[in-house]
Design a protein around this ligand. Structure first.
Ligand SMILES: [Fe+2]
Ligand SMILES: [Fe+2]
Length: 284
């Protein structure tokens, strides 16, 4: 049976109510703790070759898409935490994350607009997103979502966005990556804190079921991130200045964070993930 799809297109639209001003202020406040505001209006397209702008625009629209759909993921995670009665501090941390993610989506949409000179549009299949949450999420499903989305997903995302930040010389993109990374660090930590609470309660059988699912996640990671965005030689320096991550740099960032942080942490939870990493599907 053909599965039904539900394509949704999203542009950066705000209401004409006072809430819009409040939202704009929260975009600035969200960064105010450590970071300067992102100077979207100062971005000068004329300084960069078209090929570099196109790659950076593609990267920012994909980032916006990931951040926007992360609102849905963390909202469901916060809901599942509530329904499974997990400790209050975990619920509190999880339920603040959707707000960060919509701010991140907003930053990336604004950066995409500055890079292309036109309003970006992102598109996703809502039916596919909904499918993940069709069944009631018991504690074991929550365990796996926390591994996939928070502990592994957000730790990887920190490493990739940090690599973009290291490359970016442009003030708009530098401020954008620095601001987003400083939040993603907390989203990743939530995952590891969750397991510091949860893993000691696992029975042998529960631990094994989580380990099996984590194993199949880990074997596919290298291949999933094998291709970055490679600019033609004449635009390479400019693409880098816009924080575009090339394939070799992306592979290196993924390998380092997997081997230095993620795999040792999963092993410490008794999930035996270094075996899965050794036999991973190789990229290329
Ligand atoms: Fe984010
Ligand atoms: Fe995040």
């Amino acid at each position: 049976m053909a599965s039904s799809t539900h394509p949704v297109q999203v542009r950066r639209v705000l209401t004409s109510t006072p809430l819009a001003r409040q939202h704009e202020r929260s975009l600035e406040r969200g960064l105010a703790r450590k970071h300067p505001r992102i100077p979207f209006e100062k971005f000068d397209r004329a300084k960069y070759p078209r090929a570099a702008l196109a790659l950076a625009h593609h990267a920012q629209t994909k980032l916006a898409l990931g951040e926007y759909t992360a609102v849905d993921l963390f909202a469901h995670i916060a809901s599942a935490m509530t329904l499974n009665g997990v400790p209050f501090d975990l619920v509190a941390a999880a339920s603040s994350i959707p707000h960060d993610e919509i701010r991140h989506a907003d930053y990336a949409m604004q950066a995409a607009r500055a890079l292309a000179g036109t309003d970006p549009k992102i598109e996703f299949d809502a039916a596919l997103l909904r499918k993940q949450w069709e069944k009631p999420v018991g504690i074991e499903e929550l365990d796996f979502s926390m591994i996939e989305v928070s502990a592994v997903g957000e730790t990887l995302s920190c490493a990739l966005l940090s690599a973009c930040r290291e490359r970016a010389k442009d003030p708009m993109l530098q401020a954008l990556f620095a601001g987003i990374v400083s939040d993603e660090v907390h989203h990743a930590r939530l995952g590891w804190y969750y397991f510091a609470w949860r893993a000691p309660q696992w029975s042998q059988a529960e631990r094994q079921r989580v380990a099996d699912r984590v194993g199949s996640l880990v074997v596919g990671i290298e291949r999933r991130f094998w291709h970055g965005r490679d600019a033609p030689p004449a635009a390479r320096k400019a693409a880098r200045a816009l924080g575009v991550l090339e394939s070799t740099g992306q592979r290196e960032a993924v390998r380092c964070v997997m081997e230095d942080e993620i795999i040792p942490a999963l092993d410490a939870l008794g999930l035996g993930s270094s075996h899965a990493w050794r036999i991973r599907r190789r990229g290329g």
